[in-house]
Design a protein around this ligand. Structure first.
Ligand SMILES: Nc1ncnc2c1ncn2[C@@H]1O[C@H](COP(=O)(O)OP(=O)(O)OP(=O)(O)O)[C@@H](O)[C@H]1O
Ligand SMILES: [Mg+2]
Length: 254
């Protein structure tokens, strides 16, 4: 694995028209940390993840990734940065339906300009799917599909893994399996940033960052931070944003 990287934001803001999704975000995530990002629906978690993972840019403030100011990267630079440093896992798995598990993982290598079946097999082995290599996504359970996504995210050995509600569509047993994989990756030195609504999962991370109305809040109990705020909940219905559409496309080209 490449050296772990640290992430820092200074007064980061993000607006979508008149909607201020993020406001004055100052945070530092150290190399090798396991951080859970929590907060009510609409509090800005996905927006922040998209900015930290170079899928989107901030409207104001600075984002520093491994000492690189993200503002100095153009679209191609951000793509390259992601390919070298970042693995992405999403709630909706975004697997290519007509490729089997092994090919889905190898596709991520292809975008990284390497294809090495041995390491793709090893990544699938690591998530307990060494026996499902030739299964299509439709022949895999939800938990197995999510584990293919994790294999795809780690096949290029990225130092940092961003996961946006990776267990949102999973039952308790699979939720636990996925968490155990993240815990293992963390123990191996990967930096993990995971969005979750589940306080039990959040508490398994080394640190919880709470967002509320686009701001980081200190000293909020997990229960209070995850409570649904009705107006914000309605905002969930907003059609897929450019960032999430991009995320979907880019998820096969981390
Ligand atoms: N492309 C967009 N255009 C307009 N508003 C947006 C866009 N993307 C996000 N927003 C708004 O920004 C705010 C934060 O959204 P975000 O998706 O980051 O929330 P979240 O915390 O991830 O919520 P959830 O838990 O429902 O996934 C919301 O009010 C949302 O409506
Ligand atoms: Mg979200």
């Amino acid at each position: 694995m490449a050296n772990a990287i640290s992430v820092e934001t200074r007064h980061v803001g993000k607006s979508f028209g008149s909607v201020k999704a993020l406001d004055d975000i100052d945070l530092r995530i150290g190399s090798g940390e396991f951080v859970a990002l929590m907060g009510a629906s609409g509090s800005g978690k996905t927006t922040l993840m998209n900015i930290l993972s170079c899928l989107d840019t901030a409207s104001s403030g600075e984002v520093w990734l491994d000492g690189v100011n993200a503002a100095t990267l153009d679209e191609e630079g951000r793509r390259e940065f992601r390919a070298r440093h970042i693995g992405l896992v999403f709630q909706q798995f975004h697997l290519i339906p007509y490729l089997n598990a092994l090919e889905n993982v190898m596709l991520a290598q292809h975008y990284h300009s390497v294809t090495d079946e041995t390491s793709a097999r090893a990544a699938l082995d690591k998530v307990g799917l060494g026996h499902r290599l030739d299964h299509l996504p439709s022949q895999l359970s939800g938990g197995e599909q999510q584990r293919v996504c994790i294999a795809r995210a780690i096949v290029n050995q990225p130092p940092i893994i961003f996961a946006d509600e990776p267990t949102g569509n999973l039952d308790e047993e699979n939720e636990n399996r996925v968490l155990e994989i993240f815990e293992k990756l963390h123990a191996q030195g990967h930096t993990i940033v995971m969005v979750t609504h589940n306080p039990l999962l959040g508490n398994r991370a080394g640190r919880i960052i709470h967002l509320q109305y686009g701001r980081i809040v200190e000293g909020v109990s997990v229960v209070a931070a995850t409570k649904e705020i009705p107006v914000r909940a309605i905002a969930r219905q907003v059609p897929a944003s450019n960032a999430s559409t991009m995320a979907m496309i880019e998820s096969v080209a981390p």
